[in-house]
Design a protein around this ligand. Structure first.
Ligand SMILES: [Zn+2]
Length: 142
């Protein structure tokens, strides 16, 4: 399947300039990697696929939740985003040569079906830091 990707951008870029943030009123699917990629993220040693996630209604808000938890703006019980927390732990293990803001994130805005896209990308990219597989699409799986 071919998707139209935006990014990837480094997290630090999103924090510096909000014009890089996903548009607020669209759902979408995002991929977090250690390194940059071109055109489309691939499962290879070059980009290191860490996380695949989605938002049905606001990709911008979901990425915000991820970035907040990535920077520790949560307590142990009240996180916004479990992926942000596992990515934070992952980044802490890489310190000091790699920090949270060095991560790359790219996204597909408003695909035909957010849930099917997330599933398809998850299966294709095998991200290392998703705790579990995303649920199957309720509308399109038998
Ligand atoms: Zn679907």
């Amino acid at each position: 399947m071919k998707y139209s990707w935006e990014g990837p951008y480094q997290i630090k870029k999103l924090l510096e300039d909000e014009s890089y943030l996903p548009k607020g009123n669209y759902g979408g699917v995002y991929v977090v990697t250690q390194w940059c990629w071109r055109d489309t993220p691939r499962k290879d040693k070059k980009s290191v696929i860490l996380y695949v996630g989605k938002s049905e209604d606001s990709l911008r808000k979901r990425v915000g939740d991820l970035v907040a938890d990535l920077h520790g703006f949560s307590d142990n019980n009240q996180g916004h985003h479990t992926g942000g927390q596992s990515l934070r732990e992952w980044c802490q293990k890489q310190r000091p040569r790699f920090v949270s803001d060095d991560l790359w994130i790219g996204w597909v805005i408003n695909p035909d079906c957010v849930s099917c896209t997330e599933n398809w990308l998850f299966d294709k990219l095998c991200p290392s830091e998703n705790g579990k597989r995303p649920p199957r699409c309720k509308e399109h799986s038998e």
